[in-house]
Design a protein around this ligand. Structure first.
Ligand SMILES: NC(=O)c1ccc[n+]([C@@H]2O[C@H](COP(=O)([O-])OP(=O)(O)OC[C@H]3O[C@@H](n4cnc5c(N)ncnc54)[C@H](OP(=O)(O)O)[C@@H]3O)[C@@H](O)[C@H]2O)c1
Length: 212
């Protein structure tokens, strides 16, 4: 869901190019189709289009590449329609811009991932990933990602599900960072990447851990 945005479109193209079957989701079928056509053109592989409602009913691995408020609405609005055993993979970062300065919105649960988990049926798993990979990089499939990405989740099974899918993307090393509370750090790392982008006038800052 959110396959029409820069982050979701880039991710969908990377997955499709890695031969993962992809369904691009949007609130409208028209936008889903437009995005699917663009992804198809960039990945060179066919992808399906669907509304978010259809995705919730059909798919058991779903990326939340929408703004946090939209992810909350989708979870609250469709809570009992997710297939049992579904794993949602949360990309959201709760950013706010105050006078052009980016900050993290303080959430009572500590992170966007935990905020979503608190609203989700226990029958649905939640992992968080790709929070620190910029759309500008994801969206250029011809460029190697050449970075590390951190995966946390509400269970070992949720993390494994996210890592199995994302592990198909070349040049992306996945690091398991444990429970969802790790998202508090990851979401702030995204803020740091944005600060670096601004200061060094690039759009590609991302992370690589030494010593592992
Ligand atoms: N951009 C980045 O570099 C980056 C990096 C890391 C993480 N992220 C996170 O990834 C997510 C997507 O980022 P983005 O930059 O692609 O975001 P975006 O362009 O603002 O939104 C992506 C898509 O979300 C859908 N959407 C918007 N508002 C919605 C709502 N209220 N309810 C349901 N769907 C809604 C829209 O699709 P439809 O109108 O077609 O439904 C939109 O095309 C965000 O949570 C962001 O924090 C982004």
């Amino acid at each position: 869901m959110g396959g029409t945005g820069a982050e979701g479109r880039g991710l969908a193209a990377r997955l499709a190019a890695a031969e993962v079957p992809v369904v691009v989701g949007s609130r409208t079928m028209e936008r889903a189709r437009e995005a699917a056509e663009k992804i198809q053109a960039s990945a060179g592989v066919a992808v399906e289009a669907a509304t978010n409602e259809e995705i919730i009913q059909r798919c058991d691995r779903i990326f939340l590449a929408v703004p946090l408020e939209g992810a909350v609405d989708l979870i609250l609005g469709h809570g009992d329609r997710f297939r049992p055993g579904t794993v949602l993979i949360d990309l959201t970062v709760p950013l706010a811009f105050t006078g052009g300065v980016p900050t993290i919105k303080e959430l009572p649960e500590g992170s966007a991932a935990e905020h979503l988990k608190a609203r989700l049926s226990p029958a649905v798993g939640l992992a968080a990933a790709l929070k620190t990979v910029p759309a500008h990089v994801l969206g250029h499939p011809e460029l190697p990602l050449d970075c590390d990405e951190f995966v946390c989740g509400d269970s070992a099974e949720s993390r494994a599900a996210a890592m199995e899918l994302l592990g198909k993307i070349p040049a992306l090393r996945l690091l398991d960072v444990g429970g969802l509370e790790a998202a508090r750090t990851l979401e702030r790392m995204t803020l740091l990447a944005i600060v670096l982008n601004k200061r060094y006038k690039v759009r590609t800052a991302r992370f690589r851990v030494a010593g592992l």
